[in-house]
Design a protein around this ligand. Structure first.
Ligand code: ZN
Ligand code: ZN
Ligand code: ZN
Length: 94
C-alpha cells in the first residue's frame, strides 16, 4: 500500500486554533490547590486551563489532555510561542 509523503502540514487540531489562549494566571490550577510546585506551565487551548508540564511532578497538563480529550496545549512560558497536539504529537510555532 502506497503511503503519501506528507509535507510539513500541521494537524487539524493545531490548524483549528485561531487565537491562542493565554494563561489567565501564571500558576498551575491543580498544583495551587494541593500546594505542589511545578516547572513549566501549559495552557489548554480547548478550555483555557493552565496546568503544569511533563517535567513537573504532577504532569497535570498531560493528565488533563488524556482525561478530557483536549488535544492542543500552548506553552504558557514567557517568550515561548508554540503549540503541541497530544493526539498527533505534533508541535507548531506561532
Ligand atoms: Zn492534532
Ligand atoms: Zn500541576
Ligand atoms: Zn482542557
Amino acid at each position: 500500500m502506497a503511503r503519501l509523503e506528507r509535507t510539513r502540514v500541521l494537524c487539524e487540531h493545531i490548524g483549528a486554533v485561531v487565537e491562542v489562549k493565554a494563561a489567565k494566571e501564571f500558576a498551575c490550577e491543580e498544583c495551587v490547590k494541593t500546594g505542589d510546585s511545578w516547572v513549566h506551565l501549559r495552557t489548554c487551548q480547548t478550555c483555557g486551563q493552565t496546568l503544569c508540564c511533563d517535567s513537573s511532578p504532577n504532569r497535570h497538563s498531560t493528565r488533563h489532555a488524556m482525561a478530557s480529550g483536549h488535544a492542543v496545549i500552548a506553552s504558557a512560558e514567557p517568550g515561548e510561542r508554540w503549540l503541541y497536539c497530544h493526539v498527533d504529537k505534533e508541535f507548531g510555532e506561532y
